[in-house]
Design a protein around this ligand. Sequence first.
Ligand SMILES: [Zn+2]
Length: 325
Amino acid sequence: MPVPAPGGIVVRVRAALTDGTDLKAYRRGHPQMPMPSRFGHEFSGDVAAVGTTDARAPHGFAVGDPVMCVHSAPCGACYWCLHGQEELCETVMATKILGAYADYIEVPAHIVARNCYPKPKGLSYAQAAFLEPLACVVHSVEFLAPQPGSTVAVLGDGGFGLLHAQVLRLHGAHALLVGRRAERLELARSLEIDCVDARDELALPAILARTEGRGADAVVECTGSPAVWEEAPSYARRGGTVSLFGGLPPSTDVRFSAARLHYDEVRLIAPFHFGTKAVRRAFELLRDGEVEVEPLITQTYPLERIAQAFADLDAGLGLKFAVVP
Ligand SMILES: [Zn+2]
């Protein structure tokens, strides 16, 4: 068990979720997660130890408190933090924590002070562990700022696609989820999300047919595939916006039609990470039950079977898994 630094806490992990980044790291390593390495970054649990607090950073958490947090926090002092772009904070990536697939994880003072919340009783630990991915989606949708009543095509039926469709709905937009996995589309439909099964019909005519031939008012790319990034503008209407959400490896180059961007005024945006306000909003959405996250967890594995969990994830046997020490 780690010893918390001043202002920090140690969390006894009660649930950690798998996500696409973890799977990529498991498959082929990750620029910031060379394997073998501790990983896992979506978690919640109970406070197991509290670092000495000083008057500068009193946080009020006590041993035994159920908590939920994200794995990063902005510095609050750099140029970007002072200009409302906390997701681009100079140190937010360098000071993030990994290692939630463990019995304990240390959460340092800067995260405790800005991005840590008491877990409401009505929320399970696995639900609470959605704070981080949901914060990404809240930031993404706020960055896009869809008009109420607009049609937003969401490309990808993974966890991020399903979360986007739900958060878009809360903004008054009509989400149209494009996917090709039967069980995921079935899950989406059970959440009353309108779907296009791309195995049955081509995505472009399907989107045009649902938008009086114009194309979607906005498109959100949630697959993290260069080919889908490049095809995403073709689904947008003239004057529409394409949000490239699914991250690609840093060395990736992508190509877009100049005519679509210029003569059709198709805007490209690419929201990354989140700031503290998005974390707070994600916390409120979970607390108030406004986003359904439980159905996104396919299965729960004990920590000892994490190798099996990743082998199963790699084989495409589930959407997200909960790992419980
Ligand atoms: Zn900063």
